[in-house]
Design a protein around this ligand. Structure first.
Ligand SMILES: [Zn+2]
Ligand SMILES: [Zn+2]
Length: 224
């Protein structure tokens, strides 16, 4: 534990039980399991970026123009906030805001008709893949635009309205950034939609597709 910069605050409770410790680096009280530490997960989750301090999370939301209406719910749970600029209530994931997706779906996803049928697409080129949402009526136009960046759709998922498609998009991007630890391509590589991309070297397109179809149990309407 000492090697992992943790100071136990109680006797060893067994490898599978959360063990009360103090992180020597940040002085927070944390509850890691010895077996996880032993397998090299790293000591303090806050210092490793896996855990989030609620105060820090709130400040990040406020910095991003959002006013939380309820306490921090966890980094992958929709968080009820007001987008100060437009005054609308929104429910972004903390992870999405933290990784720069913009917290307000009304302002950050321009032109989407939220009450209309929406397609979630997964598109791939040699370097990276992208997830995106678009109304059925403008799908062909969007895919045509992506074609110019060499992006080919490998799967489409149909949703009745935009909200549900947007939630899935957020979950995927949040999963890329936090669990897979991978950033997006730079803005100049895909000015339109770079924040919802990930390098194929970091996450295989087939892994993302597998997450959508198995973990999230979505049925594609089309795959290549
Ligand atoms: Zn720490
Ligand atoms: Zn807004």
């Amino acid at each position: 534990m000492t090697e992992s910069l943790l100071e136990p605050l109680e006797d060893f409770p067994g490898g599978k039980i959360n063990w009360k410790c103090r992180c020597v680096r940040c002085a927070r009280t944390v509850f890691p399991r010895f077996n996880n530490i032993d397998q090299g997960w790293g000591g303090c989750g806050y210092c490793a970026g896996r855990r989030v301090d609620p105060k820090t999370a709130e400040l990040k939301m406020i910095e991003s123009g959002l006013r939380p209406l309820v306490p921090y719910p966890g980094n992958q749970t929709p968080w009820l906030c007001v987008h100060v600029e437009c005054g609308k209530e929104v429910t972004p994931l903390y992870n999405s805001v933290k990784f720069g997706q913009g917290g307000c779906r009304f302002c950050s996803v321009s032109g989407l008709k939220w009450d209309q049928p929406t397609v979630l697409y997964l598109a791939v080129n040699d370097l990276f893949h992208k997830i995106g949402i678009v109304n059925n009526t403008t799908l062909e136009k969007r895919l045509g635009k992506h074609q110019k960046a060499g992006l080919k759709p490998i799967a489409l998922f149909q949703f009745g309205v935009g909200d549900d498609a947007y939630s899935v998009e957020q979950i995927i991007v949040s999963w890329w950034r936090s669990e897979c630890n991978s950033g997006p391509v730079p803005r100049n590589v895909l000015p339109d939609g770079w924040t919802e991309t990930v390098y194929n070297d970091d996450v295989l397109p087939s892994t993302t597709l597998d997450y959508l179809t198995n973990d999230l149990a979505l049925k594609p309407t089309k795959t290549d």
